[in-house]
Design a protein around this ligand. Structure first.
Ligand SMILES: O=C(O)CCC(=O)C(=O)O
Ligand SMILES: [Fe+2]
Length: 271
């Protein structure tokens, strides 16, 4: 039996744009039919052509590819030397992203992932100090429910444990605070949102800085009350890399903010 989490609170929908669901208090937006089925096919074939990883029925782990700026883990900034050119079919998505004028900058770092059926990603907060606020995630191939959880004491404690990779072979995962596990001390504010194939998820504000996101590893999901066998899902996570003076964070969630945690550790080191 698939264990399910509650559905999200009801979204706000502008009747003139029925494909856009928003949760304004969380800074969260889900846009369905963001790409066409033809674009979806192009992205899927490009993934397999460029990765040299043909889809294998036996694959159990996520496969990742990176385009645009990579990270320099010695400085926690953008690498000036490691850059993979962004292919045209990905660059073509950029003008369509719902950037907030004067607030968001266009993403320059792209992580493509393939999740074989049943695979997930542990709950985490994408590193605050290294990426611009808005995170964009395009789903294709198949839909999946994404779990959102308001970070509390337990997540803050886990962020202070030594980091581990999220299990993929990718560098962009190393800088993330992985915050999985159950929290019995705090009331849960947790639910899962179905991300349909060809939808774009946008995380800003609280959903970006103060909530974790992740995908449970499961063979089946419950969608609209029905058990559905999970298919292979692809995603492109699009982020902007902070540079120089922009590196850092002044969010309202110091417990799960890598910038604040680093400052705290530096202060302790000086005592
Ligand atoms: O697959 C996704 O939609 C999300 C991936 C993710 O959270 C990440 O790479 O940070
Ligand atoms: Fe993430």
């Amino acid at each position: 039996m698939t264990t399910t989490l509650p559905s999200p609170p009801p979204p706000t929908i502008d009747p003139s744009k029925p494909n856009i669901q928003t949760w304004p208090s969380l800074g969260l937006t889900l846009i369905t039919n963001f790409i066409t089925p033809a674009e979806e096919s192009t992205l899927i074939s490009a993934f397999h052509t460029s990765s040299g990883h043909p889809p294998q029925a036996s694959a159990k782990k996520r496969l990742s590819q990176h385009f645009g700026h990579h990270f320099d883990y010695t400085t926690f900034g953008a690498s000036s030397s490691v850059y993979t050119p962004v292919p045209a079919h990905i660059a073509a998505l950029l003008p369509r992203l719902p950037l907030r004028e004067g607030v968001d900058v266009a993403p320059d770092q792209f992580t493509l992932q393939y999740y074989p059926p049943g695979a997930g990603i542990p709950p985490h907060v994408d590193t605050h100090s290294m990426f611009g606020e808005a995170l964009y995630s395009l789903s294709f191939g198949s839909g999946v429910p994404m779990v959102f959880r308001k970070a509390g004491r337990n997540e803050a404690r886990k962020m202070r444990l030594p980091k581990r990779s999220l299990g993929g072979s990718t560098v962009s995962e190393v800088g993330k605070g992985v915050v999985d596990g159950d929290d019995e001390e705090e009331a849960r504010e947790e639910w899962e949102l179905m991300l349909p194939a060809r939808s774009l998820l946008v995380m800003t504000g609280p959903s970006r800085y103060g909530w974790t996101h992740g995908i449970k590893g499961r063979k089946t999901d419950v969608v609209g009350g029905e058990q559905v066998v999970r298919g292979g899902r692809y995603s492109i996570t699009m982020r902007s890399v902070r540079r120089g003076e922009e590196i850092g964070c002044a969010c309202a969630y110091p417990g799960v903010c890598d910038a604040r945690i680093r400052e705290e550790e530096e202060r302790k080191g000086e005592l």
